[in-house]
Design a protein around this ligand. Structure first.
Ligand code: HEC
Length: 449
């Protein structure tokens, strides 16, 4: 069973078919172009600039901590102020640099719009700052190998595409090592100077940036669609000019021709309703050609048949004419004037066969002129054996006075032989008889095989 959609396509014009074929290719091409070049490029740009931002944020935060740790803490410590992560439990105490940093970062965590910063470690004193997910695990594995490197990638966090960025935090001073190694909450007690102690993770949602990228993509899509439409227009116009128009002219001419021979169209299937107008020019032209061919074949057959019929009729008429003429000439005693005026070939000979009178059609038929044949034996024109047989038969049937119908072989000048249906009879006086030979039209004679 044919698909209905396929049927629909089949009935379309050549131009539409071309477009149906080409359109997915163009659309696919433009989408692929957009994906590979535009989207990838834009995403790479977004990632690059957001990473830069994260780098800046991390540097700033670390600098704040260093300043707090190297300037503020020592001064206050000198005047006996306790520095501890449990500062809120102890009156007069101030937070540790890392506690200061963590708590400042926590205040920025309110909305998802901005960045968040978090100091983490695989060996945390504060158990909330331990490793929580694969990104953190991978980043610490990476940072332990690459001291000055950073680890970052884009992940979906809380439903938002987010850049995650990790920068290493190293034991830059002996105090870091001493305090951590000595701290009862620390799971690791063998830190050394410059060891990796943890890392600063910055998360920046990139959705706001993507909005712009998407807008650019949208513009590109519109541009692509524009190019598509332009191409479609060009293709449609081209096909129309090159294919549709000339074909439709041809088809129209063909249909006019068909309409002209409408009278000769009994072959169109009677039960079938008229076929719907085909939109496909090539198909309809082909159909018109097929119909035309049928008509021409039929006409050819009819013509041949008519031709055969006509030939038969002509032959019959000629035979009739020949018979009538023969009777008449016989009645007129073979009058030379009448013989000369007759439309069929006629020869009058002496009883011994010498040609006495020969008319124009006969001369023409045998290819001679009168001077050459007059007085010559008729065997110049008729095969000798045939002539003798005919004459013998004539004398035998003499009593009946009816003409003898005989088939003779005619000899055309140049040697060509042909078959002749002739009538032969005796005319004229008893003392001076003549033999009258009438023949059908010599143009129609069959040559002897
Ligand atoms: C006086 C002790 C002390 C000193 C000095 C110190 N830390 Fe800490 N550090 C702590 C405590 C206590 C915490 C947990 C504090 C919190 O979460 O509020 C901590 C937390 C951290 C964390 C977060 C992960 C965790 O273990 O909770 C990192 C990373 C860290 N310190 C690195 C350093 C570095 C690097 C230095 C040196 C520049 C340093 N610390 C100096 C005591 C100290």
């Amino acid at each position: 069973m044919p698909l209905p959609g396929l049927q629909w396509v089949r009935e379309r014009s050549v131009g539409t078919k071309l477009l149906i074929l080409i359109l997915p290719v163009i659309a696919g091409f433009i989408l692929a172009l957009e994906w590979y070049f535009a989207w990838h490029r834009d995403m790479a740009r977004v990632e690059e600039s957001v990473t830069q931002q994260a780098q800046m944020v991390a540097t700033q935060i670390m600098a704040d901590r260093t300043y707090y740790a190297t300037v503020i803490v020592p001064r206050l410590a000198q005047s006996g102020v306790e520095v501890t992560d449990r500062y809120h439990e102890i009156p007069g105490a101030i937070p540790l640099p890392v506690t200061f940093l963590r708590e400042v970062s926590e205040t920025t965590r309110g909305g998802h719009k901005h960045y968040t910063a978090d100091l983490l470690s695989p060996w945390p004193i504060n158990k909330n700052q331990g490793i929580r997910d694969p990104f953190q695990q991978e980043s610490f594995a990476y940072l332990s190998q690459h001291r000055d490197g950073v680890f970052s990638r884009i992940e979906v966090v809380n439903g938002q595409r987010t850049l995650r960025f990790m920068k290493g935090d190293f034991a830059s001073a002996q105090v870091c090592v001493d305090c951590h190694n000595a701290h009862p909450g620390s799971p690791k007690h063998d830190f050394q100077l410059n060891d990796l102690m943890g890392g600063m993770e910055i998360q920046i949602p990139i959705e706001p940036w993507l909005v712009k990228v998407r807008r650019d993509e949208g513009m590109l899509l519109i541009w692509g669609a524009g190019v598509c439409f332009l191409l479609i227009g060009v293709i449609w116009y081209g096909v129309h000019r090159v294919v549709t128009k000339p074909l439709s002219v041809l088809t129209r001419l063909m249909k006019q021709l068909l309409a002209g021979s409408a009278g000769l169209q009994p072959a169109s299937r009677p039960g079938k309703a008229a076929a719907p107008e085909l939109r496909d020019e090539v198909k309809s032209l082909w159909k018109a050609f097929a119909e035309m061919e049928q008509i021409i074949k039929r006409q050819h057959g009819e013509l041949q048949w008519t031709n055969v019929k006509l030939k038969e009729q002509v032959a019959e008429r000629t035979a009739l004419l020949q018979r009538t003429l023969h009777e008449w000439l016989k009645a007129e005693q073979g009058s030379p004037a009448l013989i000369q005026a007759a439309p069929l070939p006629i020869i009058l000979t002496h009883p011994d066969g010498r040609i006495d009178t020969i008319n124009g059609p006969a001369l023409q038929g045998f290819g001679y002129d009168a001077a050459t044949v007059l007085g010559q034996p008729i065997t110049l024109l008729i095969a000798e054996a045939d002539w003798h047989r005919a004459v013998t038969q004539l004398w035998q049937d003499c009593a009946s006075h009816a003409p003898v119908a005989v088939q003779l072989q005619g000899l055309r000048k140049g040697g060509k032989r042909f078959l002749l249906e002739t009538a032969l009879s005796v005319v004229g006086d008893h003392d001076d008889p003549r033999l009258l030979l009438t023949m059908p039209d010599l143009h129609e004679m069959r040559p002897v095989a």
